[in-house]
Design a protein around this ligand. Structure first.
Ligand code: MN
Length: 737
């Protein structure tokens, strides 16, 4: 027989204890009455409900309210909503009742909670959709999420009485959704407990083993901690500081994860723990200097690893985390992480934002708004499916953040590994799209430059700049990727239109009708993958439409003309002689190829074995690159008549023919048309012989290497001066090879 009288006494007792844990919630009589009313409504609504364990259902909402108050530090509104959180979904109580009895705000939160508890499935994509839903409710009222986490935590704590299949489902959902959420919201102890409880459910034996081993090794650990901290303790005591030093071993879940991932035994990971110094600062203004003082004491005794110093006091994490971390060498030669923080910081680290609110009225909310708006932005890019989103979001969850600054000191949070270009997109889409260069701490860097916390970043923009394909290969943030992709596509479509007009015109001139041949044939002739690519490349001149002249439609197929014999290969430009030529005494003539007289790779044809001085031409073979034949080669007629479009100019040039050869290295910002301006100056304006040229464009910076034949040094000086005038050119160096 159930003793109903005893039960109501127990229920009331649970409620009173909950109130005891909620002392920080406003203590005025109106608030008290409202909480009591919520309790009464919930008791009445759930009066016939029992949990799987057999106990009255009302114990659950009371426990959730208590977690909200005690472990998250939430106030009266949240307590009221927690007490009522299952009424609308499971009982006769309606949202209208809530509006009438408590108010609009409470009704909105409870509605949010009701929405979240919709279908959750083990199907990953459905979970992802759900995750999206949960995140969306964040933007309404973050308390919905916090109460939901408290609800989930209590369900996990009491999961034992559920059916095994249900247990597993809830545990995996907890690991997948709720633990990361708790982490992102800075609720560290809730996150750890959720993970441990899920593991205990999923891998009961593994969990028990780690737990047992932790207990067994506890004494060794605490001895180490005592020994390690005793000199520090003494000095801090002498300084009159109030503090506590404790060792914190990793959670069972993270030890287990590590054992699985690295396939190692417990013995190899159990000693991974941090030593935490918690200081009770007298005033909040003393906190920073107190922490650094403690740091100084620690490093007086133990050698720190400078690379591992993390200062989250000067720049707190987005979730409010503040702490000073250092890793020092212990006397036994082991690295030990030491975390230094004040009581307030520790509270925030464990309880997250709610604790923040406790310390600073409303202070944390502005940072929270920033985070919420980031989440919202992620959700708004609809072309991604929910799974991409969740991967991306999880990436953002688990990687740490860096903090960088705009020139006027505004701080931006970015994921670790974010590049200069990510920053530009974080400032504004248009700034990203038009990003020409980036200065980090006043120095020009490539757009792919990885930023570090504390960097001051300035973006240089130009209206002419447009996103480049290779940007995608290095940006880290979802935001930058999406914006670059959509901009590239748009750009390509616009350019392709020009290419289409161009192609139509050329074909008309040649009286080739697209009805006779298919566009597909042209695509395979030019080796491009799509219609869009073909038009685009025509517009970009990366396919050569003049080659169309060498084609005809024969037997319904587009193929090279048979009859045309091209003009004889012309003599190539040879630069003027000059008396000032002390350089490059080598007598060996070199072969240059093509209209631009480039030194490119070639092979000498074995049928005619050309030697320097012979009149030659290049033939583009299918598999062996360019082969150079004598014009008088027996194969010439056949090659030229059948494959005119594969013939390329070639000529020998005497390296030492009067002028002297020198190399120039040109560095600057990659701007539209800059290569063109440079080559024009070199070859047209000053009639300098350009022998080879290569430009390496690399995330916004370019490096050009040009070999030029100049008549004398004043000719060279003149050339450099003119090149320096090109917009975007930053530096020109002379190289001799
Ligand atoms: Mn519930």
């Amino acid at each position: 027989m159930i003793d109903l009288e005893q039960e109501s006494k127990d229920i009331l007792k649970a409620y009173t204890e909950m109130l005891g844990a909620a002392k920080h919630a406003k203590d005025d009589s109106v608030t008290k009455q409202r909480m009591r009313k919520a309790f009464d409504v919930a008791v009445e609504a759930h009066k016939t409900d029992r949990r799987k364990s057999g106990e009255p259902y009302i114990f659950h909402p009371i426990a959730v309210a208590r977690i909200c108050a005690e472990e998250i530090g939430l106030g009266a509104t949240s307590i009221i909503c927690a007490l009522l959180h299952d009424t609308v979904e499971d009982t006769e109580v309606t949202l209208e009742d809530i509006v009438n009895d408590f108010g609009k705000k409470e009704a909105l939160i409870i509605e949010g909670l009701t929405k979240i508890s919709g279908v959750v499935d083990n199907n990953k994509s459905i979970q992802a959709e759900n995750f999206k839903k949960i995140l969306l409710t964040l933007s309404e009222d973050v308390r919905v999420i916090l109460i939901k986490l408290a609800d989930r935590l209590h369900n996990m704590r009491t999961i034992g009485s559920m059916r095994r299949d249900k247990q597993l489902k809830i545990a995996s959902e907890t690991l997948f959704l709720y633990a990361p959420l708790a982490h992102r919201l800075g609720l560290h102890s809730i996150k750890s407990e959720l993970e441990d409880l899920s593991l205990q459910c999923q891998e009961p034996e593994g969990f028990a083993e780690v737990q047992k081993n932790l207990k067994k090794t506890e004494e060794v650990r605490s001895r180490f901690i005592r020994k390690f901290s005793s000199p520090i303790k003494k000095v801090l005591d002498d300084k009159g500081m109030e503090f506590e030093i404790k060792g914190r071993s990793k959670s069972i879940h993270s030890i287990w994860k590590k054992m699985q991932k690295q396939n190692v035994s417990f013995e190899e990971v159990y000693d991974l723990f941090a030593i935490r110094i918690i200081i009770d600062s007298k005033e909040e203004v003393d906190e920073k200097s107190d922490c650094w003082q403690a740091y100084s004491v620690v490093t007086d005794f133990y050698q720190p690893n400078i690379d591992r110093l993390r200062d989250w006091i000067s720049a707190p994490k987005a979730n409010g985390y503040e702490s000073l971390h250092t890793t020092v060498m212990s006397p036994t030669g082991k690295w030990v992480e030491v975390q230094i923080r004040t009581r307030r910081m520790d509270d925030i680290a464990e309880k997250g934002f709610a604790a923040h609110w406790k310390y600073k009225e409303g202070g944390a909310e502005s940072q929270f708004d920033v985070w919420i708006s980031q989440v919202r932005e992620l959700l708004e890019s609809n072309d991604d499916n929910a799974l991409d989103l969740i991967d991306d979001f999880k990436l953002n969850l688990f990687t740490d953040e860096i903090y960088v600054f705009t020139p006027n000191g505004d701080m931006k949070n970015l994921p670790t590994g974010a590049t200069a270009l990510d920053f530009a997109f974080a400032v504004h889409t248009q700034v990203g799209v038009n990003c020409l260069g980036v200065k980090v701490n006043d120095k020009l860097v490539p757009l792919s430059h990885q930023l570090n916390s504390g960097d001051q970043v300035e973006v240089l923009t130009s209206k002419n700049q447009k996103p480049k394909e290779d940007w995608l290969s290095f940006v880290k943030t979802h935001r930058a990727k999406t914006k670059i992709k959509s901009s590239l596509k748009e750009e390509k479509r616009i350019i392709a239109k020009v290419g289409k007009v161009h192609l139509d015109k050329e074909l008309k001139k040649l009286k080739i009708s697209l009805e006779n041949i298919s566009l597909k044939e042209l695509q395979s002739y030019y080796k491009v993958l799509s219609e869009l690519d073909l038009y685009y490349q025509i517009a970009m001149r990366t396919v050569d439409l003049s080659k169309l002249k060498g084609l005809e439609v024969r037997e319904g197929v587009l193929q090279p003309k048979r009859t045309i014999i091209p003009k004889r290969v012309q003599n190539l430009f040879v630069p003027n002689k000059s008396s000032d030529s002390k350089k490059n005494k080598s007598q060996k003539p070199v072969l240059v190829i093509g209209d631009n007289m480039e030194k490119i790779d070639y092979k000498l044809a074995s049928c005619c074995n050309p030697i320097p001085g012979n009149e030659v031409y290049g033939f583009i073979t299918v598999t062996e690159g360019i082969k150079v034949h004598k014009t008088s080669c027996p194969n010439t007629v056949q090659l030229m008549s059948n494959y005119a479009y594969r013939i390329i100019k070639a000529s020998w040039i005497d390296e030492n023919d009067g002028a002297f050869l020198t190399g120039l290295k040109i560095i600057g910002i990659d701007d539209v048309g800059i290569v063109n301006s440079i080559t024009q100056i070199i070859s047209n304006e000053l009639s300098v012989g350009m022998r080879s040229i290569s430009f390496d464009s690399h995330d916004g910076m370019f490096e050009g290497r040009v070999m030029v034949l100049v008549q004398d040094t004043s000719h060279l000086t003149n050339l450099i001066a003119n090149l320096n005038k090109v917009k975007g050119v930053k530096k020109i160096e002379r190289t001799d090879s």
